[in-house]
Design a protein around this ligand. Structure first.
Ligand code: DC
Length: 335
């Protein structure tokens, strides 16, 4: 069950205007959510105490919403609250992500859920970016795009085709026809290479360094960045990567750079790997992380770097919840 929220206001406590605005709000909600009447379980209204002339629920019936159960309630009087306001919650069985609708004087009420937002989360390997971005995406009900997975898929393609990741010419040829897709199953990203789901395969430790190597090649970056921008263009999402704030979405309103001491990142990566049944000595993981930092920070094109307008978060002494809370608070402050 999903809840679609919305609100509108009227200029006067007039039955006619309440009827008209309720109808407008419901039609906009059904249009924007591509909802049919029989997909609506119920519609719940609440309105401020300064509206007496007409029940919003009755207006909904008159507007043709005869199938769903309807209910109207009066809100308590709250000092400073928006006046002459009608709020609505439409409950539906549809599983799609709800589009909330706020009209007239209520337009600015819930910018956090109606505005398209792009969040850039950059940082080095093992800084916790992917865990943090998944949790933030869940909390804000937005999409989460792990851009590293795309470079990992490019590295896997090189392995499959027997191409060395440093051989620029051969990689250029390979990248021309590569087909990388990102799909979402229950909100979780799955990465496809030439039609096959490679989400698990690309997590193998040997892919990490090769992904870093292949990501330094211009043709690879060009193609992956195009894909990433296309996804971010129409959807609210958080992108985690190395160059999101500096290159992929330089105009993103919310930018964060997450880091931690290499030793701590190596420990975290080791624990993560062990959960997945991958066992690698700590020293080896630490050496890989340091080498990968070097490579990612020193490549010529779009190197790993904190954007000037990004918040820096050192998670060495913070747990995941603390990092998530910090980022969410910063977003709420700025929204
Ligand atoms: O985040 P990750 O470990 O999955 O990323 C693998 C490699 O991909 C990383 O070492 C560098 C590259 N990468 C990149 O160059 N730009 C990004 N936006 C994301 C990852």
């Amino acid at each position: 069950m999903k809840a679609i929220r919305g609100a509108t206001t009227v200029d006067f406590d007039s039955g006619e205007q309440i009827r008209e605005r309720v109808k407008e709000l419901l039609l906009e909600i059904t249009k924007q959510n591509a909802l049919k009447q029989d997909e609506i379980v119920c519609i719940i209204f609440s309105n401020t105490t300064d509206l007496h002339s007409f029940y919003p629920a009755k207006a909904a019936r008159e507007a043709g919403f005869v199938v769903p159960a309807l209910f109207s309630a009066l809100e308590p009087e709250i000092n400073g609250a928006l006046e002459k306001c009608i709020r609505v919650m439409v409950l539906t069985d549809k599983e799609e992500k709800p589009v909330h609708v706020y009209l007239h004087g209520a337009k600015n009420l819930r910018k956090d859920i109606t505005q398209k937002i792009n969040i850039a989360l950059d940082g080095p390997a093992g800084s916790g970016k992917s865990t943090v971005s998944k949790l933030i995406a869940e909390k804000l009900d937005i999409l989460c795009l792990d851009t590293g997975a795309m470079y990992r898929a490019c590295a896997l393609k090189c392995i499959n085709e027997g191409v060395t990741c440093t051989d620029e010419k051969a990689v250029d040829r390979l990248i021309k026809d590569i087909n990388i897709e990102v799909r979402y199953k229950n909100g979780v990203q799955r990465t496809y290479l030439d039609g096959a789901d490679v989400s698990e395969k690309i997590r193998e430790p040997q892919i990490s360094m090769l992904a870093s190597t292949v990501s330094a090649i211009a043709s690879v970056r060009k193609k992956m960045v195009e894909l990433q921008r296309k996804i971010a263009e129409n959807t609210s999402c958080i992108l985690d990567g190395r160059d999101i704030g500096t290159n992929v979405l330089p105009d993103a309103k919310f930018k964060f750079y997450l880091s931690a001491k290499p030793e701590i990142r190596a420990k975290r990566r080791q624990s993560e790997n062990e959960i997945k049944g991958i066992f690698q000595p700590y020293e080896e993981i630490l050496a890989d992380i340091i080498k990968r930092d070097e490579q990612d920070k020193n490549r010529k094109i779009a190197p790993l770097k904190q954007a000037k307008d990004a918040y820096f978060v050192d998670s060495s002494e913070m747990n995941i919840e603390e990092v998530v809370d910090y980022i969410i608070n910063k977003i709420q402050e700025k929204i």
